[in-house]
Design a protein around this ligand. Structure first.
Ligand SMILES: *Cc1c(COP(=O)(O)O)cnc(C)c1O
Length: 433
């Protein structure tokens, strides 16, 4: 498989090069030259396949000969070695629980796949790779955990001070070794801007081998298709495919779902569920795409004012607005509505949502009111305990902390505080080694 840059002025790259570079040299996102179609029978008989086989079958054409079959099988198996159940919540709404991995959020899947691919690619390198990543909450922990102690890889994580939950922060700042946490006194957009500047800084790129682990990286984006297929495997009513509601921030997750759908996965409709950051809901209303400054909400991993993967979604539809509208709707849910949803679903259905899942739930409920003959599922992208500060007051109860959380909460915080100033980041990176 070859990947071209969406800015169309860089040479094509194979999976290895696209993974190592992250962004193309012309700053465009990489996009596959063709979208592999899977046989209809594969989806009809999905129950016959093990999860590892399903994941391998989907990802293999994208990897091509960049990784040998036995290595790729090992990487896939390690990526998904935890359960991903589809649970019934109400009469017509299910929850695909993506939070059973090591950092209790769906980003574990992309991060684990990517870190293992990079680990394979740099095996015989003499120059260390520096993975540079901005996080609005969950990316950092997943990436830090995925790359922790991977030989030949250094990880530098930028996160907005005071804008991530205490559990999220602990997951970033307590690993140490090859993982460095920078606490930026600014917003997520500031962090993302600093990272972008680093990638285009000549001096920095001469000295260091920089790569990104944000969801723009093809090795994080593409494996997110896996669990849409696992959900289909568990979907009871194959004659009535699901409406899928995805809590969306940078739109990598939902973009992977749409990709799987184009490869043949049966889906009735996609909903991009957003919080108050509603560039995409507005776009689908007005056809005008107007990036905004991110506003802070209780579903903080979705506080994104200019979603980086949205250009990929447009490309999937050849920029045809009418075609896009047929497959994708989008909704914006306020914090107040999110809290109300958490409370109602807990009391009525005895199911505890995290704020991101609650945004998706609210959007799906609204949609199903208009389409009562449909059923659907939400992607429950994080364990509610990651956001206990928000969730506990809403349900007026304590949530039991899983063992993995208890052990990190008592660990020493180890971060470097930095102003949102690219020069400061540059100095830090140059002096790091
Ligand atoms: C990152 C994240 C999202 C948003 O995912 P995107 O792929 O950026 O749209 C949603 N929920 C949680 C819990 C997240 O960590």
């Amino acid at each position: 498989m070859k990947y071209y840059s969406l800015n169309k002025t860089a040479p094509v790259a194979d999976f290895k090069e696209a993974t190592i570079r992250g962004l193309a040299p012309d700053k465009g996102l990489y996009f596959p030259e063709s979208i592999p179609k899977q046989d209809k029978i594969f989806f009809e008989e999905m129950n016959k396949y093990a999860d590892e086989e399903i994941a391998f079958k989907i990802i293999q054409p994208y990897v091509g000969d960049a990784i040998p079959e036995n290595e790729l099988k090992r990487i896939v198996a390690e990526t998904i070695n935890f359960e991903i159940p589809l649970k019934k919540v109400s009469e017509n709404i299910y929850s695909l629980e993506l939070f059973h991995g090591p950092t209790l959020a769906f980003k574990d899947i992309g991060a684990r796949f990517m870190s293992r691919c990079l680990g394979y690619f740099v095996k015989n390198n003499d120059k260390k790779i520096t993975v540079l990543v901005a996080t609005s909450g969950d990316t950092g922990g997943a990436v830090a955990n995925g790359f922790f102690n991977v030989d030949g890889v250094d990880v530098v994580i930028l996160y907005p001070s005071g804008k991530v939950s205490s559990v999220q922060e602990k997951q970033l700042v307590t690993l140490g070794n090859n993982v460095h946490a920078l606490e930026i006194s600014g917003t997520f957009d500031d962090c993302q801007q600093m990272v972008k500047q680093a990638f285009s800084d000549k001096a920095l790129n001469e000295k260091l081998f920089l790569t990104s682990a944000n969801s723009i990286n093809v090795a994080r984006w593409l494996p997110q298709q896996f669990y849409y297929l696992f959900a289909w495997k568990q979907w009871n009513d194959k004659s009535n495919p699901p409406v899928i509601s995805v809590p969306s921030g940078n739109f990598g997750n939902i973009c992977a779902g749409i990709l799987a759908h184009i490869s043949g996965l049966p889906v009735k409709h996609f909903i991009a569920a957003c919080n108050a950051n509603k560039v995409v809901p507005d776009f689908l209303q007005t056809e005008k795409y107007q990036p905004q400054k991110a506003v802070t909400t209780i579903s903080n991993a979705m506080d994104v004012g200019n979603p980086s993967n949205f250009v990929r979604i447009l490309e999937l539809f050849n920029n045809e607005f009418a075609d896009l509208k047929k497959v994708l709707s989008s909704d914006s849910t306020s914090d107040e509505e999110t809290r109300k949803t958490i409370k109602e679903v807990f009391e009525k259905e005895n199911y505890l949502l995290d704020p991101h899942g609650a945004v998706a739930y609210s959007a799906l409920e609204n949609y199903l009111k208009q389409h009562p003959e449909e059923k659907g599922y939400i992607l429950e992208t994080a364990h509610p305990v990651k956001f206990y500060d928000v969730v506990e007051p809403v349900i007026d109860q304590k949530i039991a902390l899983p063992e993995s959380v208890i052990s990190i909460m008592s660990k020493q915080k180890n971060s470097t505080i930095m102003e949102p100033d690219f020069q400061k980041l540059k100095e830090y990176l140059l002096e790091k080694d």
